[in-house]
Design a binder for this molecule. Structure first.
Ligand SMILES: [Zn+2]
Length: 132
């Protein structure tokens, strides 16, 4: 099963390649689905889409009780990329009280470890700061 904290994605997904439904524009990420979740096209036709690492927080929780080894409090959020795809990830580089719905964030993809010769990446998101 997929851990909520470490998302196993391929190297390709780490380059933020999404799959856009040619009928309605819904973006599937990180996997190419057979059917479109929005318009129901089956099999759906998807075209590759290079996404940008920017999005905003749709909802979040602050985890206070986690197994030993995790740092708490730990903010976890559903982030919607500007292209529309939604993912679940950890919010980093900010204080828990800064996390709020609508906060603009930037994806930070890090190799967590290697498994069977595959790099395992984890999504983390940090607030967009500065002049943006
Ligand atoms: Zn569609």
């Amino acid at each position: 099963m997929t851990s909520p904290l470490v998302w196993r994605i391929s190297r390709e997904s780490a380059r933020l390649i999404g799959y856009k439904c040619t009928s309605c524009g819904w973006v599937s990420f990180p996997e190419r689905k057979r059917t479109c979740k929005r318009c129901g096209a089956a099999p759906a036709e998807f075209e590759e889409l290079q996404m940008k690492p920017f999005g905003k927080i749709i909802s979040f929780v602050i985890q206070h009780r986690l197994p030993e080894g995790f740092q708490t409090p730990l903010p976890l959020a559903v982030v919607e990329f500007d292209e529309g795809a939604r993912v679940y990830g950890e919010i980093i580089d900010c204080r828990p009280e800064e996390v709020q719905v609508g906060l603009e964030v930037e994806a930070d993809l890090r190799v967590m470890y290697e498994e069977n010769g595959l790099d395992i990446y984890s999504y983390k998101f940090k607030p967009r700061r500065g002049s943006a």
